[in-house]
Design a binder for this molecule. Structure first.
Ligand SMILES: [Fe+2]
Ligand SMILES: [Fe+2]
Length: 151
C-alpha cells in the first residue's frame, strides 16, 4: 500500500486542480477585448482537463482508502492567478496561468517520485499522465506570453 506522502500529494493535487478550475473560469469570464479571445477559449478548454485531473486524483485516493478534501479544509494558494483589476490585462492572466502550471508540474513530479518510492505504480502512472497534460498547457501559455510580451 501507498505512503502518507503519496496521499498528501494526491490531496494537494486535488485541491490545486479545483482552485485552478475556479480561477481559469473566473478569468475566462472577466477578460475583455478582441485580443483576449484566444486566451479565453484556451482557458475554457483547459478547465475540462483540470476537472478530469481532479476526478482521477480523487478516485485514486478512494482506492487507497483515503478521501479527497472538501471546501472546509481547503487552502487557497493561487495568489498570482487572481483576476486583474484591469480586465484587458491579458498578460497578467497569462503569467498567473504559467505560475499555476509550474506549480502543478512540480507537484506531479514530486508525486511520481513519492509513488515510485512507495512502490505504487498505479499512482505513478496517473501522475505521469497528468504531468504530460500540464506540460502541454505550459507550452501553450508560454506561446501566448511571447506574443503578448512583444507589445
Ligand atoms: Fe491539471
Ligand atoms: Fe494545467
Amino acid at each position: 500500500m501507498s505512503s502518507d506522502r503519496v496521499i498528501e500529494l494526491l490531496r494537494k493535487g486535488y485541491e490545486d486542480e479545483i482552485e485552478t478550475v475556479m480561477n481559469y473560469q473566473t478569468n475566462a469570464i472577466i477578460l475583455d477585448g478582441v485580443r483576449a479571445e484566444e486566451v479565453k477559449e484556451s482557458l475554457q478548454e483547459d478547465i475540462h482537463e483540470e476537472l478530469e485531473h481532479s476526478k482521477k486524483l480523487g478516485q485514486r485516493l478512494k482506492q487507497l482508502d483515503a478521501r479527497p478534501p472538501s471546501s472546509m479544509e481547503f487552502t487557497a494558494r493561487q495568489e498570482s492567478l487572481q483576476p486583474p483589476s484591469d480586465s484587458t490585462n491579458v498578460l497578467a492572466v497569462i503569467n498567473g496561468v504559467l505560475d499555476a502550471e509550474e506549480d502543478a508540474i512540480s507537484t506531479y513530479r514530486e508525486l511520481i517520485t513519492a509513488a515510485e518510492e512507495a512502490d505504487d505504480p498505479v499512482t505513478e502512472d496517473i501522475a505521469v499522465g497528468i504531468l504530460g497534460d500540464e506540460e502541454a498547457h505550459r507550452t501553450e501559455f508560454r506561446g501566448f506570453q511571447k506574443e503578448y510580451q512583444k507589445d
